[in-house]
Design a protein around this ligand. Structure first.
Ligand SMILES: *[C@@H]1O[C@H](CO)[C@@H](O)[C@H](O)[C@H]1NC(C)=O
Ligand SMILES: *[C@@H]1O[C@H](CO)[C@@H](O)[C@H](O)[C@H]1NC(C)=O
Ligand SMILES: *[C@@H]1O[C@H](CO)[C@@H](O)[C@H](O)[C@H]1NC(C)=O
Length: 176
């Protein structure tokens, strides 16, 4: 290696360690370690499950790949309309859309927020509300999870997709 190349490499290494060189991303705290999306998805699911005494889900790469492919399609219309999909009926699925840039935790928190409309004793949802995303998150017999999050093609909004195996939300069956 020439002395010049050696100095350049050293300079780059120092630059990447220097906080002054950190790139500022809106909404991102540069001092905090970045939690990867998959870990955010899994953690937020398992927090909601443990809150009602359910065992944690395991991350599954097959489900993750399928959910990513779904999210890649969903980012084009950028809405909540289901897309006909080969895994329909085989995997459970939750869809998320939100105006603006949002992380994976935010998506799961939105689903889990349906808990306020869900009456567990009656296994019923408040009139005019949706509880199905929450009940899939806390479906007792679901064991595996894989998800993907994408920025929409418009560059502004966010979609996310989680897939579940075995699937939940059988009509008339309580989640737990
Ligand atoms: C992931 O899920 C797929 C589909 O249900 C299943 O066939 C596969 O065995 C799972 N992989 C692991 C590592 O559990
Ligand atoms: C996700 O975004 C929320 C704001 O919506 C923020 O409070 C939280 O720290 C973020 N979580 C991670 C792991 O980045
Ligand atoms: C989940 O299912 C298992 C096996 O059927 C059962 O033993 C357990 O009590 C259930 N957990 C809850 C919180 O309903």
């Amino acid at each position: 290696m020439s002395p010049f190349a050696c100095v350049a490499a050293l300079t780059l290494a120092l630059a990447s360690l220097s906080p002054a060189a950190a790139i500022s991303v809106p909404g991102h705290n540069p001092g905090a370690a970045v939690v990867p999306s998959w870990a955010q998805f899994l953690r937020a699911h398992n927090d909601a499950r443990s809150a009602v005494g359910l065992p944690p889900l395991k991350w599954n790469l097959t489900l993750e790949l399928d959910a990513m492919q779904y999210a890649n399609k969903l980012r084009i219309p950028c809405n909540l309309s289901p897309i006909p999909w080969a895994a329909d009926g085989v995997y459970g699925r939750n869809l998320y859309w939100a105006n603006g840039h949002h992380n994976a935790t935010h998506a799961v928190v939105a689903w889990v927020g349906e808990r306020r409309w869900y009456d567990h004793r009656a296994n019923a949802c408040a009139p005019g509300k949706t509880c199905g995303e929450y009940t899939q998150v806390v479906w007792n017999t679901t064991r595996e999870l894989g998800c993907g999050r994408r920025t929409c093609r418009n560059g502004l909004d966010t979609v996310a997709v989680c897939e579940y195996f075995p699937p939940g939300n059988y009509v008339g069956v309580p989640p737990y």
